[in-house]
Write a protein that binds this ligand. Structure first.
Ligand code: ARG
Length: 442
């Protein structure tokens, strides 16, 4: 037998909005007093009743269970100050109230997530600084491609995070619009002052269309999308942590506390934290799809389906917060194993492009140069040699253009050093990058 009240209720998941709900109600009441819609003696009773609830909640007291958080606050207010508390709901509806609550709440949380992203960027920049001289293979298709600085690789994530942070700033702009005063759907015949409420609640603008204001949740979708992209970026870094910790790579170590052992294989150190962050993306993407689906096809204006917006929004928020907190500590413990990264640059002929560039700089059309170097690599493969182990005579068998200075172009560090183009992997370019990203950190 279903308990229908519980079924249509939302208190089990919207109680976390209690604080912002009360803040919203205090502002609304002050507006009602200012406009003379309710008298100030009644209004002040309401404001002090609401304030006392807030204070008790701060001490750990919990609102008694109701259909939803809005009823819970209102009924508690009436228990405390009597039926005058019912005047608080003049000129508003739960429809504009809930949309307002969610916007206030997300505006606060956007700042929290941006703070965590900013912390992650700081860790990445610190690690880039610490490892500015570490060279490793860069990959395409996960095959050795060209040497890059480890710092350059880490900073790639710092820039992704920068865009994530900026995207949230943009999301904030569209969240910073006050729906309160739209009432149920059509606005209200009371002579309210929405600009005043907006000022009290620190909203930049008020909504222009009451139907739109109570029925869209696009700001929440955008928020969860922003979070999803951050989660996606984290999965890429986690994947690399997992690969780089594999003894086949052995490029890095992280603190043991971010790993776990196996119950059967005594030698194991599994990168569980990185794996869990990678896995959490699944539920966060799921939250985004859930939210899109809930809103899809809803006729205007408010529909109760919209109540289901909260679990996915809160789930995405809670999980990205945890992921970023863990990531920040884990990344801070990351150390490069220089012998391994360097050793790895000897594999995979990652100087090949540089040799082709050498020929191209000596007037060989790049396509021809590409063919020559491809033959050299095949020759190395057949004779089990690296590009460094060939003699000048061997090089000259492929092209008369090769001179003694070719060996300078085979030095891995030197190859990275020559990538001086803006945004490239030379130390000079990377140091400039570090300067540039530092200016974007708070
Ligand atoms: N708990 C509801 C929600 O979260 C509040 C709005 C209810 N409005 C209504 N007309 N039944 O959406």
């Amino acid at each position: 037998m279903q308990n229908f009240d519980q079924f249509i209720g939302s208190f089990s998941f919207d109680d976390r909005l209690a604080e912002v709900d009360i803040t919203g109600s205090i502002a609304h009441t002050k507006m009602l007093i200012k406009t003379g819609i309710i008298n100030s003696s009644d209004g002040e009773k309401i404001v002090s009743g609401l304030t006392s609830i807030l204070k008790d909640m701060e001490k750990g007291w919990k609102l008694p269970d109701e259909e939803d958080v809005h009823y819970a606050v209102e009924k508690e207010l009436m228990r405390r100050i009597g039926s005058v508390g019912g005047k608080m709901h003049t000129a508003r509806s739960r429809n504009d109230q809930v949309a307002t609550d969610l916007r206030i709440y997300l505006k606060q949380k956007i700042g929290v997530i941006q703070g965590l992203i900013n912390d992650f960027q700081k860790v990445l920049v610190k690690k880039a600084d610490e490892n500015i001289d570490v060279v490793m293979p860069g990959f395409t298709h996960l095959q050795p491609a060209q040497p890059v600085l480890a710092a350059h690789h880490l900073l790639a994530y710092a820039w992704m995070m920068q865009r994530d942070k900026e995207r949230l700033t943009d999301c904030y702009k569209r969240t910073d619009i006050l729906p309160l005063g739209s009432a149920a759907l059509a606005g209200t015949s009371f002579d309210i002052d929405r600009q005043y409420t907006a000022k009290l609640l620190d909203f930049k603008n008020v909504s222009e269309n009451s139907l739109d204001a109570v029925s869209d949740r696009d700001f929440a979708v955008e928020f969860v999308f922003c979070i999803s992209l951050t989660a996606l970026h984290l999965t890429r870094f986690c994947e690399e942590i997992i690969l780089w910790m594999n003894p086949e790579f052995g490029y890095i170590t992280i603190d043991d506390k971010f790993t776990s052992g196996s119950s059967i294989m005594p030698q194991k150190r599994n990168p569980d934290c990185a794996e869990v962050i990678r896995g959490k993306s699944g539920r966060i993407f799921g939250d985004l799809i859930a939210l899109l689906t809930i809103i899809k096809s809803l006729p205007l204006a408010y529909n109760r389906d919209l109540q289901e917006d909260k679990p996915p929004v809160f789930d995405a928020l809670d999980n990205i917060k945890m992921c970023l907190e863990v990531m920040n500590e884990m990344a801070d413990s990351l150390k490069f194993v220089i012998e391994k990264t360097l050793k790895s640059t000897e594999k995979g002929f990652i100087a090949a492009t540089e040799i082709a560039d050498y020929l191209a700089r000596n007037n060989v059309p790049f396509r021809v140069a590409h063919g020559i170097v491809k033959d050299i690599v095949l020759y190395c493969g057949k004779n089990s040699k690296t590009l460094n182990e060939l003699s000048l005579e061997e090089y000259r068998k492929f092209s008369e253009i090769f001179k003694e200075d070719i060996f300078k172009h085979l030095d891995i560090r030197n190859i990275a050093e020559m990538k001086t183009s803006y945004g490239g992997t030379s130390k000079k370019s990377v140091l400039r990058q570090i300067d540039n990203i530092k200016q974007k950190l708070e």
